[in-house]
Design a protein around this ligand. Structure first.
Ligand SMILES: Nc1ncnc2c1ncn2[C@@H]1O[C@H](COP(=O)(O)OP(=O)(O)OP(=O)(O)O)[C@@H](O)[C@H]1O
Ligand SMILES: C[C@@](O)(CCO)CC(=O)[O-]
Ligand SMILES: [Mg+2]
Length: 383
């Protein structure tokens, strides 16, 4: 039997980085997905195979070799999301080294490590083939790591003893409430391997979908009363969330008072964002869009002050500013993607001009549906 799971990416509208330190953030799912298909039993019966199509990597581990390094952990323990210890990361790294991991792709090794941890913890040592494909740019601020961990956790849990699913149902299905909490906790353990110190906002919005406000591990759903349109510009400058998060923490320990003031200011922006977006005053749409734009500009200024902007991001800001449009980086920054608010009254001709100018720098612009469903699974064989 084959199972397919899909999990959405996300945009952070306000509060990235601050959220790692316990301050509020506002995030929304987008309709771009990472898809994981999982078939138990592999062509070669005694292996666990992983195919990462977007990054051109293929792995095949003999089950016996994985057991040799990890069976002392007593897996599977699918109902108990558990931190992957440093010692286990070392054992898993040996499994990755066995596969002659290409030096040029070494940044992707933590994702493979997260796979092996989630796989063996949830399903133990059953042979299988797992294929990952994504519509999200990998490592560009749209939550590709969270979507990867959430979709993997969903596919693995669907085959575990810990969740109850009706395999006869057709189409995309959602998990029951208790099962989805378990899934989200496993995805967070995967994110910890990739990010080091994730706040949990990315995996939560990918798991539950919609728009959320997130603070210190707690999530509140936001019911948006405003149409929201943003342009996403991928600067294509590669970056790594783990390093950026670590840099912000280091700056915070060097300048605790100044950094706390900045992070508090970011939280005030997240609070105002969520209040405006939920406001019922539909007559004030243009005014509210203006206020959101101002908040985005302020948030971007504060993100610059904590050291996570980049020359490419500044180029996007200067370009959109010429058209009086507000922008901010989204996700960890340091390159990656930038959001530009597109007010309802903005003409298509202006949007086309902005996109043309941004793309002349080699950036890639696109739009995405905001606030759709979270993780889903299907028992129908993908074509
Ligand atoms: N489709 C995929 N195939 C393989 N690995 C992936 C995939 N998507 C994500 N990853 C893993 O996630 C890592 C990128 O995560 P990272 O957190 O740096 O960026 P992001 O999640 O896209 O951005 P942000 O955290 O700012 O939202 C990759 O290096 C890889 O290990
Ligand atoms: C930079 C960060 O705040 C958001 C990354 O999308 C990290 C996190 O919250 O885990
Ligand atoms: Mg990430």
């Amino acid at each position: 039997m084959e199972i397919t799971a899909r999990a959405p990416g996300k945009i952070i509208l306000a509060g990235e980085h601050a959220v790692v330190h316990g301050y509020a953030a506002v995030a929304s799912s987008i309709n771009l997905y990472t898809v994981v298909s999982l078939r138990l039993g592999s062509e070669d019966e005694d292996t666990i195979q992983l195919q990462l199509n977007d990054v051109g990597l293929d792995f095949s581990w003999p089950v016996e070799r994985i057991k040799e390094l990890l069976s002392h952990l007593g897996s599977p323990f699918s109902s108990t999301p558990t931190l992957c210890s440093l010692e286990t990361v070392k054992s898993i790294s040996t499994l990755i080294d066995d596969q002659n991991f290409p030096d040029t792709k070494v940044g992707l090794a933590s994702g493979v490590c997260a796979f092996l941890w989630l796989y063996t913890s949830i399903l133990g040592f059953k042979p299988a083939t797992v294929i990952v494909t994504s519509e999200l740019p990998v490592g560009a601020g749209l939550g590709s790591s969270a979507a990867y961990c959430v979709a993997l956790s969903a596919a693995l849990l669907a085959f575990s003893d810990s969740v109850n699913l009706d395999v006869s149902q057709k189409g995309w299905l959602i998990f029951k409430e208790t099962d989805i909490e378990l899934l989200n906790r496993w995805a967070l353990e995967g994110e910890k391997i990739i990010h080091g110190k994730p706040s949990g906002v990315d995996n939560s919005v990918s798991t539950f979908g919609n728009m959320i406000k997130f603070k210190s591990g707690d999530m509140a759903r936001i019911n948006s009363n405003m149409p929201l349109r943003v342009l996403i510009t991928n600067t294509k400058v590669g970056r790594d969330t783990k390093a950026l998060v670590a840099n912000v923490s280091a700056r915070k320990s060097r300048h605790p008072n100044a950094m706390c003031s900045v992070l508090n200011a970011i939280e005030a922006i997240s609070d105002e964002w969520s209040a405006i977006i939920q406001s019922h005053a539909v007559d004030d749409l243009a005014e509210n869009e203006e206020r959101l734009g101002e908040l985005m500009e302020m948030n971007q200024g504060l993100l610059l002050s904590i050291g996570v902007s980049h020359a490419s991001i500044e180029t996007v800001l200067q370009t959109t500013m010429k058209y009086k449009l507000a922008s901010k980086l989204t996700g960890a920054g340091g390159g990656g993607c930038v959001l530009t608010l597109l007010p309802t009254q903005l003409s298509g001709a202006v949007v086309d001009k902005v996109v043309e100018e941004l793309e002349s720098y080699g950036f890639q612009c696109f739009t995405a549906g905001i606030g759709g469903k979270g993780v889903q699974i299907s028992f129908e064989t993908s074509s």
